[in-house]
Design a protein around this ligand. Structure first.
Ligand code: AMP
Length: 307
């Protein structure tokens, strides 16, 4: 089944302790599409400017990303410049230039309107809501956001989450949005406002999935070399939603598997700059890494021991 995504399609300039990349392809919609397309067809909605290197999106198209909803218009593409210091868990935004996104009005192609899975990736929440109003009763709608939008468009985010089933955020964003220091309370705060599921990612410390009556935790893959964390969150979401769309199963057991697939996908994204690593890997690589996760957390309880 296809998954529809709206998000930024960007040019990123990133500095990490290991190197620098200038004007490489990035954006929440791009990372999401690169990850999800390994598992299911993807329908991308977004906008780029006349300066965008469209040829660099061709590998995504070859992998099943339908670009009918990606407009190219006169003007400058969305640009993000960020830096990571030794704590690779948090990006320092140096510059955000919305460019053509500041006047974007998404038009969902008719063939995209019935997508059963919809991901509103990190972008202006007014655009996320606009897209949601144009689709026909999806099976599952999820959204993401970040500090930039929480600071400038909080009321729009609160209006949006009333209409989504699932929210993904990192721990800092969850605290900022809810004003709760405790993540269990932060998740509950969000669930009280509409979503039935909240996923809070904690970078190299894994991710929690909260539902009304259960909490599930998946670790992050313990990589020896994290090269560039940009896009880990969007790739997590791509793995998670791509797996749900591939299986069409929203049972609790399958949602838990999807969190692990998301975690695996995030771990690949950070091994190289931009979407480079996500474009190299195959489904078999993902399956092998998911299996490593299983071994990572498996243990046997001693017979008769206290539990
Ligand atoms: P993450 O998965 O959280 O590391 O997201 C990284 C991507 O988010 C980068 O490729 C950026 O282009 C994109 N990005 C950064 N700031 C924003 C923003 N304010 N709105 C939408 N996308 C953004």
């Amino acid at each position: 089944m296809p998954v529809l995504v709206v998000g930024s399609v960007a040019l990123d300039s990133v500095e990490t302790p290991f190197g620098k990349a200038d004007n490489v392809i990035g954006g929440s919609g791009t990372f999401f599409s690169a990850a999800a397309s390994l598992l299911s067809p993807v329908q991308l909605v977004g906008v780029v400017g006349s300066d965008y290197p469209m040829d660099q999106l061709a590998p995504l198209e070859r992998r099943g990303v339908d670009m009918a909803g990606l407009e190219q218009v006169e003007g400058e593409s969305f640009r993000w410049r960020g830096r990571y210091r030794h704590d690779l868990n948090s990006a320092e935004t140096l510059e955000t230039r919305l460019g053509v996104f500041s006047h974007f009005s998404p038009k969902i192609p008719p063939q995209f309107k019935r997508a059963p899975f919809v991901f509103l990736a990190n972008i202006d929440p007014r655009l996320q809501l606009d897209v949601l109003q144009q689709v026909d009763r999806p099976k599952l709608v999820a959204c993401d956001t970040m500090n930039f939008w929480i600071e400038s468009r909080r009321p729009d985010i609160l209006a949006l989450i009333k209409h989504v089933d699932l929210v993904t955020l990192n721990d800092g964003e969850a605290r900022q949005l809810t004003d709760c220091a405790n993540l269990v309370k932060a998740a509950r705060w969000i669930m009280e406002r509409g979503p039935k599921i909240v996923i809070i990612k904690k970078g190299e410390h894994g991710a929690f999935m909260f539902k009304e009556r259960s909490i599930f935790f998946a670790p992050a893959y313990p990589l020896e070399d994290v090269f560039d964390p940009t896009g880990a969150g969007d790739s997590f979401a791509g793995g998670f939603m791509g797996y749900l769309a591939q299986t069409g199963d929203l049972s609790d057991a399958n949602l838990r598997r999807a969190v692990v697939v998301g975690s695996a996908m995030g771990s690949f994204a950070v091994e190289k700059f931009s979407v480079q690593r996500l474009l190299e890997i195959t489904r078999d690589d993902v399956v092998a890494r998911v299996d490593e996760f299983r071994r990572l957390v498996a243990f046997e309880q001693e017979q008769g021991s206290a539990s």
